[in-house]
Structure formats: C-alpha cells, structure tokens
Design a protein around this ligand. Sequence first.
Ligand SMILES: Cc1cc2nc3c(=O)[nH]c(=O)nc-3n(C[C@H](O)[C@H](O)[C@H](O)COP(=O)(O)OP(=O)(O)OC[C@H]3O[C@@H](n4cnc5c(N)ncnc54)[C@H](O)[C@@H]3O)c2cc1C
Length: 419
Amino acid sequence: MHVVVIGAGIVGASTALELVEQGHRVSIMEPEQPGGRHAASYGNSGWISPASIIPMSMPGLWKKVPGYLADPGGPLAIRWPYLASLAPWLARFVAAGSTATKVTRTARILSGLLHDAPTRHQALAEKIGRGDLVTRKGLIYAYPDRHAFEAEAFAWQLRRDNGVAYRELSGAELHELEPDLAPRYTFAAYVEKGGHCVDPGGYVAAIVDHAVTLGAERIQMKATGFRVEKGRLQGVVTESGSVPCDRAVIAAGIHSKTLAAQAGDTVPLQSERGYHVVIPRQILAGAMPVMPGDGKMGNNPTLAGLRIAGQVELASVAAAPDWRRADILLRHAASAYPAISHLSGTNGIDRWMGHRPSIADGLPVIGPSSVSNDIIHAFGHGHIGLATGPVTGKLASDLIAERETTLEISSLSAARFRK
Ligand SMILES: Cc1cc2nc3c(=O)[nH]c(=O)nc-3n(C[C@H](O)[C@H](O)[C@H](O)COP(=O)(O)OP(=O)(O)OC[C@H]3O[C@@H](n4cnc5c(N)ncnc54)[C@H](O)[C@@H]3O)c2cc1C
C-alpha cells in the first residue's frame, strides 16, 4: 500500500519507519525539517518513563488550581483572555480526573502504552544506528523529604498497581547518584528501568533519515484535507494539489485537530504549552535525569547541557511565548543545583516554547477516522508523546494492515467523542 504519514514528529517518524519496514510504500509529508525546533518532539524533557501513567487531571485538582494560578512562580498558568475558548476543554479535563475510579482506568490504559517504552526506544535507537541517543540510567523522582513523597501516595500506589518498579532512595543514596543536586532533597523514588533521550530533535531526524534510507520518500508539503470517495481514501490534499494514496496517518501533533475534523472527527485537543531552558554543558551537564517534586519539571542531561523542561501554560497555539515561564524554570534550576546558584540573566541559555498536544481525557487518539477506515488517527499524546511514539507507530501499522493490534485500543478511538 502507499501510505502518507502526515507529520514527522516522534509519532510520525516512528510510524513511517514501522510501515516502510513492513514493506509499504511510505511518503512522509512534513513542511518543516524533521526534528526541528518547531515541533514538540524537539523540546521535550526526553523522559521515557514507565511511571508516566498518572494523568495531569487528578481528584481534587480543582482545589489546587487557584493556589497554582495565584503563584507567579508556579507550574500552571492560564492566560485569562483565552479563558472562554479554553472553558469547554478545561471542563472535560477536570471531569476526566474527578474520581479515583476514572484516574485508575486512565492509568491502566496508559500503562499498556508505557510499560515497555524504554525497551522499545532502546531497540529503535540501536536499529537506526544511534544507540547513543537513548540511555538507560533510570529516572529519579526527588522530594525534599519522605513526607512530600507520601503526599503523592495515590499516584505511587497506582504505579505499583500497574507494575511500575521503583526503589526508595535515602538522601545519601540520592546524592551519590546525582552529586550536583541540592542537599535539601533527602528522599527519592528511583525508576531504574526508565530511559531518557539526550537529543530528542536529533533522534527524530535520525529516525526519518533511516526510514528514507529504507525507501520512504519525503514530501515537503502541508496537508490540508483528504479526498474520499465512497468511504475509500483517494489522496491527501495539500496546499499545492493532491497526493494519491491508499492510506493516511494523521500524526501532526497539535495541528491534528483540523485534519481530524476534515476526517469527520471533532476532538478536544488543546495545547498545553511548555517551556525549556538548556544550561550549557560547560556550566552544568547533570549526571542523571531528575524530576524534583517541588518544581514539577524534568531535568534532563542532554548533549548540549542540562535541559530543564516543564510548565503548563494554557493560551492558544498562536499566542506569543511568555518567557517569564522559562525564567521560572531557570530560577528553580538555580535552587536545585548549587553549582549554578549564581546563575542570573539568560546569556548562553537556550530557551524554547512548544505545544503538548493534549486531549481533555488524558488519552491519545489512535484508531480509524469516521470518514474512512483508510485514515488513521495517531495524535494527542500530551505529556508522554516521546515515550509512546514508537508503540503508536506499531499500533498504526497494525491498523493499516488490518491485523489484530498489539494492544486492545478501542478506548483510544475517536469514537469516544462521537455523540
Ligand atoms: C516542555 C515539554 C516537555 C515534555 N516532556 C516530555 C517527556 O519528558 N517525555 C515524553 O514522553 N513527552 C514529553 N513531552 C511531550 C512530547 O514532546 C509530545 O507529546 C510529542 O513530541 C508529540 O509528538 P508528535 O509527533 O505528536 O507532535 P510534534 O512533535 O509536534 O510533530 C508534529 C509534526 O507535524 C507537522 N505538521 C503539522 N501540521 C502539518 C500538516 N498540516 N501537514 C504536514 N505536517 C504537519 C509539524 O510540522 C511537526 O513536525 C513534553 C512536551 C513539552 C512541550
């Protein structure tokens, strides 16, 4: 079959490689440079964590939100002029996490996607000849003390219930693993099987290059819609004509919403805007990936230096970045790593903003479209798209081959939003 994969972020790149390996003719439709700064897949924290099964929306969130919003240095910001347009998504988001039963179900489904993510990534990185880009040192969730860890007891219980293995670390053990971390962190949960990517943009570019080496073609165009006749896909429509094909995969990250609508599905997809700063390697490299519980950010050693990524800002896709959100990350980093406590200003610090493609119920959309089974949705991975890109590629290729999918994914179908 001739399959057009729309978008070359981690999801599209993984899907394209999977399909070309299975013998399909693959066209990767992407107007930008794969792995470039425009995409979420470039700027993420690089965490490939089987523990990322906890949705953002949790019971009692609505009680915490006013505190977060009142704190100018907190992890969440809403730009008030956008509140009316955000309200429907926000209402569904809060409802999705309103009870322990709902969150338990979401965590179980996410666990299916995440449990073997580090192994999948390691195999993928090795296959494309870039095993150096994915490391398996484990991931550290650090807390000021055991009490702070126990405040998240429900989340850790859910992780245990879903088979996520972790080891508790004393302050001494923690500082032996990450000597750069401030002594005020005296307790940690260590997910030893976790992985991380030291150059997410370079990784995506290398996956696409590998797919091209195996025969995939690149089409540097933007998809705008689909030509469907009697339920069968005829081609993907672009700004400069139609590309005939048998199947198409929508993997355009935050921009998938309009394409999904063209394929008959209205999906509650919203950007959870996030930021990163990179502290150059000469200043601080970081030994280990660490998520400080008091900062709600991912600190990731990368080839360029220590990347601190986090923040959730709700506004619109088009709104200009608010670099004060990046400054919050930098200030937190300066308090978490004594070696950079003196750091002020932004000289030499790389700053970035991007869009987590987040579905209100905390689950991605993977499955056939309403208009035609020939158009497959593969988007909406929110905070976990790097980790779940390869498994999504596998699932999309199963759907295209009309095979039984590796996982049961009816709960991920866009049908859940159809009235
Ligand atoms: C600050 C931050 C930290 C994060 N940390 C992590 C983490 O540690 N671990 C993790 O697993 N995830 C993390 N994420 C989430 C992760 O980055 C995303 O879920 C993931 O990158 C989404 O990948 P994607 O391929 O769906 O989208 P993208 O990477 O955004 O790629 C979409 C591609 O589609 C292209 N495109 C758009 N429209 C069209 C069109 N019409 N036609 C053709 N092409 C089109 C775009 O140009 C783009 O290249 C983080 C995100 C942020 C913002």
